[in-house]
Design a protein around this ligand. Structure first.
Ligand code: ADP
Ligand code: GLC
Length: 485
């Protein structure tokens, strides 16, 4: 049994903006099921404190450099037995708006201070300076928001092992160099070998340089980020640390995403009995004022609206899809220009295109269960969870062959269809033409009902549960502990 402190800036169902929230809400529980003692540390955002239920103060910390006081509130992650610690520091986390952005969509101007504080709390617990008896064997930090954790631990004579997982290398936590002093970081860390990145202070480099072990969320992305095309300027460092970099695929939380018992969908189904899916399609069309035509191929997309996700390519492919009698349903939020372009597509094609701007967990489940196909033409995708949910829900994913999408979707070719291994459509290239060619292939297959049925069922039968991935993380923790001896 290992003792693991899992540190993240979001975890479903307390707080979620994307896939990191899904992972931090599920992996700790899967590790616990595997027999490990896991504690989850999160910022005490206002909404998270409200949703957490009964909480008890376990300790009170006074943290450098400004003697900031944080109360550690203990509860359980709802829906699990995982102990969760919320770092309650009202000045940093008690406000309206999102975890990273203010109500107008701009990054909070004190994000560096807010997340350095989280890392300080993690390090204090890890080093036994928090006034609690529990000490971890491994501290597992995730993404830039928690990446200073190993920095604050690095000089201790006795410290736990550290693991840092990159969920998205494009988000690095870059700040003005003057923050170095304000965060209480010594001048000695101001060098390109340390936290400096082209004249800015880089949080993510803290994790990448000072963790004992690194991982990312798919084997292909672990290779890609060591190349200039995907490395976001950090590929050299990642090549240098390649022997410490693992790729472990994310899993699906079956208690949240299972079409046979999902409480957020009206009609349940499984791969042996699909009709419920068609009832959900009808309901999805009705809910979104789309023509209630069972034969119109219905394509769904649930996404942060950012360039990464290839939403611009989808917008350009719309005229083609409209010629093909397809229907589209979008759920997302993000960059204003994409939100506006989607709304105008909806106005242009009433009854054929439906757009919902915002974050809506229930609507995401209804789209996964009711759509025939799911669009994910991402330019890069560290892992991606929506294509996994799509496979599980019999919603054939159409993906660009990158990162975790390449590792989880088997393209429908004559051979893979024949062998029964095909699960979706995967294409190469960053052009509208490539996407349109993939869509054309998908629509042709859709017209062949028996072939389409086989494609759906083989996707639904794939096992992407957390069990196997949690076992790999446990192996990684053991490996890092061994290598330190
Ligand atoms: P990323 O983390 O890059 O956003 P993932 O595919 O890993 O991409 O995970 C996205 C998660 O966020 C999924 O659970 C997805 O359903 C959810 N999601 C994204 N946008 C929305 C939205 N507008 N409403 C509800 N859920 C959303
Ligand atoms: C990031 C990535 C996504 C991944 C998620 C969880 O947000 O963009 O691909 O699935 O993290 O690891």
């Amino acid at each position: 049994m290992l003792r693991i402190l899992f540190v993240a800036s979001e975890a479903h169902p307390l707080i979620k903006t994307g896939g990191l929230g899904d992972v931090a809400g599920a992996l700790p529980a899967a590790l616990q099921t595997g027999g490990h003692d896991v504690r989850l540390l999160l910022p005490g955002y206002r909404g998270a404190l409200e949703r957490a239920g009964r909480l008890e103060e376990v300790t009170r910390l006074t943290l450098p450099p400004a003697a900031t006081v944080a109360r550690l509130m203990e509860g359980r992650l709802p829906g699990s037995q995982v102990p969760v610690w919320l770092a309650d520091c009202p000045a940093a986390y008690d406000r309206d708006g999102g975890p990273y952005l203010d109500p107008l969509g701009h990054p909070w101007e004190d994000n560096a201070v807010r997340f350095a504080l989280l890392a300080r709390v993690a390090a204090a617990i890890a080093l036994g300076q928090a006034g609690i008896a529990w000490r971890p064997d491994v501290v597992h930090a995730n993404d830039w928001q928690t990446a200073l954790t190993p920095v604050f631990m690095k000089d201790a004579a006795q410290r736990p092992a550290s693991v840092f997982t990159v969920h998205n290398l494009a988000y690095q936590g870059l700040f003005d160099r003057t923050l170095l002093g304000r965060l209480g970081l010594p001048e000695s860390l101001w060098s390109p070998e340390s936290l400096e990145f082209h004249g800015q202070l880089s949080f993510i480099k803290g994790g990448l340089v000072y963790s004992d072990m690194l991982s990312t969320v798919s084997p292909t992305y672990a290779r890609e980020i060591r190349t200039p095309d995907f490395g976001c300027g950090l590929d050299g460092l990642l090549r240098h640390r390649a022997d410490r970099l693992a790729g472990i695929l994310n899993g699906i939380d079956d208690s949240e995403w299972d079409p046979a018992r999902d409480p957020r969908i009206a009609h349940h189904y499984d791969c042996g009995h699909i009709p419920g899916k068609y009832a959900n399609k009808r309901a999805l069309q009705a809910e979104n004022s789309l023509e209630e035509n069972p034969r119109a191929p219905l394509l769904g997309m649930v996404s942060r609206l950012v360039r990464q996700k290839g939403i611009d390519l989808v917008l350009e492919a719309i005229p083609h899809l409209m010629q093909e009698r397809a229907q589209l349903v979008f759920l997302g939020s993000g960059e204003r220009s994409y939100e506006d372009a989607l709304r105008s597509a909806q106005r242009r094609y009433p009854g054929r295109i439906a757009v919902r701007i915002g974050f809506d967990e229930g609507a995401a489940h209804r789209i996964e269960s009711g759509a025939d196909m799911f669009l994910m033409p991402s330019r890069f995708e560290p892992c991606g969870l929506n294509q996994l949910y799509s496979l599980r829900y019999g919603t054939v994913p159409i993906v660009r062959r990158v990162g975790g999408l390449a590792d989880t979707v088997v393209d429908a070719t004559a051979a893979s269809l024949q062998a029964g291994t095909a699960t979706g459509i995967a294409f190469d290239g960053d052009s509208v033409e490539a996407l349109v060619a993939a869509l054309t292939r998908a629509l042709a297959l859709y017209a062949d009902a028996p072939a389409w049925h086989r494609l759906m069922v083989s996707g639904m039968q794939r096992d992407f549960s957390w069990r196997e991935s949690a076992r790999r993380y446990a192996d990684l923790y053991r490996e890092v502990l061994q290598r330190r001896e």
